[in-house]
Design a protein around this ligand. Structure first.
Ligand code: HEM
Length: 572
């Protein structure tokens, strides 16, 4: 066909007939209608936002792109409407997000309402963790993954297998900080990254034990080892800036996975961002490096397990569970199935920034409130009295045997004040406070608003779910960091004063609740108790300038402080 004929044909087919104009208009109108908010009946919302194309999204983007505090924006919407249940319109073409600011109802949804399951915020947002079970909806595949992990959080595995390596890791961090404190010579330095590296080493110990020879902290120790106090770099606020060492590719790949999660969770379209990431050679390389190291570790764990029948690392335990499951089901064990590999790789990430962030906040508060720091130190000294008398830090056996209520309260406060909001998605039509919640709706349980950081808003008690249990928390000063709120004082039978930690003294959803709550919380507590005890025992955390004491922070998967400046003085 000649070119002129082709042009004629095309322009003829594009000619604007009235029907075509109508069809274009109808398409635009349909699109416009889909992009307008569609409020769920009866649930309060901001009327102005509901009349805007894209609803609250532009306002939210404007504020959060500056503040980086999504949860602060969410709680602001609740406070403006002064209602424990409201809705916002932030995702075009999707249902509104329902915001629930009520601790009793949130507890009920997470623990006693099977019609609520893992939200697609997590299943999509944690895309870079592939087949890790935190991403799965509750069901048979999730159950299989969890069955591989059975016993790994048992007191005997934690105390006998995990604790010794974690204790060594904590001492490693302590020695590193001692060297940094010497070089810093009474000046503050940022320990945020050290805490990440130490937490990652904790997870490497948990999964591989000592069978992977590289650590995240090792290269940092090396990078600092040759410095001289007179040559250290000092910033404008008198803070010392230490050089960073180069990581092993596997460790870099784990950190890049965390960055990828951050990108995906914070994007407007997590699924698209994840797809796009998968097309990049950099991301493919990250995945390949992780797979290669995990595969090598599985192979060597399998060889050890076959040779001895013993299970000393998390991987050996998982292989043993797979062997037993295969025997029971009359099939061959599948030791290298993709889900198991991805489960192993996911473990590192689950326990990384979650633990290090809580430790950072604990140290920030200890620095900000010296009286609390001193009280904690006193509590540690009197609990581990033999160690104190013998002028040595408490041993692993002592730490494993005895808990310190004031330390528990301190950690609980850092967790409570920096918990991120937890979401659940309705898997069938249901109700909250008598309002219809259609299948597929995401309900966000606000962890930093009324009922958690401020007194509860009033609720018509008749509208509560039948399974909701009332709580009688003291709601005074919920924004204040106060370890005492978790303590219960009483007299022993011999009339002596005794203090106990009461885990139910205040609202807490830092680990989520119910069947999909944090699987690793016991390990996290074990590590956090050890690190805080040894640091407070060995160092005074001296005051730092106000500009360094209250760092900015951002909400993502965790509520992360940008820095954690410590001015450490070794205790004699
Ligand atoms: C202070 C430290 C930690 C915090 C604050 C934390 C917090 C959380 C939260 C909020 C959830 C979601 C819960 C829900 O939706 O109800 C979660 C899930 C999870 N966490 Fe943690 N976590 C911590 C440490 C760890 C560690 C050390 C591990 C691994 C050893 C871990 C493994 C997991 C897993 C596997 C899940 C998913 C459970 C499931 O979906 O069934 N976490 N965590």
């Amino acid at each position: 066909m000649a070119l002129s004929e082709t042009v004629q044909l095309v322009s003829g087919s594009l000619a604007l007939t009235p029907w075509r104009i109508l069809a274009v208009l109808a398409t635009f109108l349909a699109l416009y209608w889909r992009m307008m908010p569609h409020p769920l009946p009866g649930i309060p919302y901001n009327k102005k936002s509901a009349r805007k194309l894209l609803g609250n999204a532009p306002d939210m983007m404007k504020e959060v792109s500056v503040s980086r505090e999504l949860n602060v924006w969410l709680v602001k919407q609740v406070n403006q409407l002064q209602t424990p249940l409201c809705q916002v319109f932030v995702e075009p073409f999707s249902k509104p997000w329902v915001l629930l600011a009520d601790s009793a109802e949130a507890q009920d949804i997470m623990t006693r309402r099977p019609e609520f399951d893992r939200s697609n915020f997590i299943t999509d947002g944690l895309g870079p963790l592939d087949g890790f079970h935190a991403r799965m909806k509750t069901g048979s595949v999730w159950k299989t993954s969890r069955s591989w992990l059975q016993d790994l959080m048992s007191p005997s595995f934690l105390n006998n297998v995990v604790s010794p390596v974690m204790y060594d890791n904590s001492l490693h961090l302590l020695n590193f900080w001692q060297e940094k404190a010497r070089l810093a010579n009474d000046r503050p330095f940022d320990v945020n990254e050290d805490l990440n590296h130490s937490a990652l080493d904790g997870m490497l110990s948990f999964v591989f034990d000592r069978h992977f020879e590289h650590t995240a902290l090792g290269p940092q120790v090396e990078a600092v080892s040759e410095l001289d106090p007179s040559t250290v770099k000092v910033g404008t606020l008198g803070e010392v800036e230490f050089p960073e060492g180069k990581h092993h590719p596997f460790i870099s790949a784990l950190y890049e996975t965390v960055d990828a999660i951050d990108k995906v969770t914070k994007s407007m379209s997590p699924k698209f961002t994840m797809w796009w990431l998968r097309q990049t050679s950099r991301y493919r390389n990250v995945t390949a490096v992780k797979r290669c190291v995990v595969q090598e570790q599985v192979q060597s764990a399998l060889a050890r397990f076959r040779a001895t029948g013993e299970t000393k690392t998390a991987i050996e335990y998982m292989l043993m569970r797979e062997t037993k499951a295969a025997e029971k089901q009359g099939r061959n064990p599948d030791y290298e199935n993709t889900t198991m590999m991805e489960e192993i790789a996911g473990q590192f990430i689950a326990g990384l920034h979650t633990t290090s962030t809580t430790l950072a906040w604990s140290f920030i508060y200890m620095t900000r409130y010296p009286e609390i720091q001193n009280k904690l130190r006193e509590a540690l000294f009197s609990t581990y009295a033999d160690a104190y008398a013998e002028k040595r830090p408490p041993s692993l056996a002592e730490l494993n045997k005895t808990r310190v209520p004031y330390l528990e309260g301190t950690l609980e406060e850092a967790l409570r004040l920096h918990a991120t909001s937890v979401a659940r998605q309705a898997i069938r039509d249901t109700e909250v406070f008598g309002h219809h919640i259609p299948k597929g709706t995401n309900v966000i349980m606000i962890a930093n608003g009324p009922g958690f950081h401020a007194p509860s808003l009033s609720v018509d008690e008749k509208l509560r779910s039948k399974t909701t249990k009332a709580n009688n928390w003291d709601e005074r000063d919920l924004r204040v960091f106060n370890p005492e709120r978790w303590l219960k004082y009483k007299k022993t039978s011999s009339g002596e004063d005794e203090v106990e930690f009461n885990a139910n003294a205040a609202p807490q959803i830092a680990f989520g609740l119910g069947p999909r709550s944090c699987w690793g919380r016991r390990l996290a507590y074990l590590e956090m108790r050890m690190v805080v005890t040894l640091v407070i025992w060995n160092f005074d955390l001296l005051p730092v300038l106000a500009a360094l004491a209250a760092p900015k922070a951002s909400y993502g998967i965790v509520h992360r402080a940008d820095q954690c400046f410590l001015r450490l003085k070794r205790r004699k």
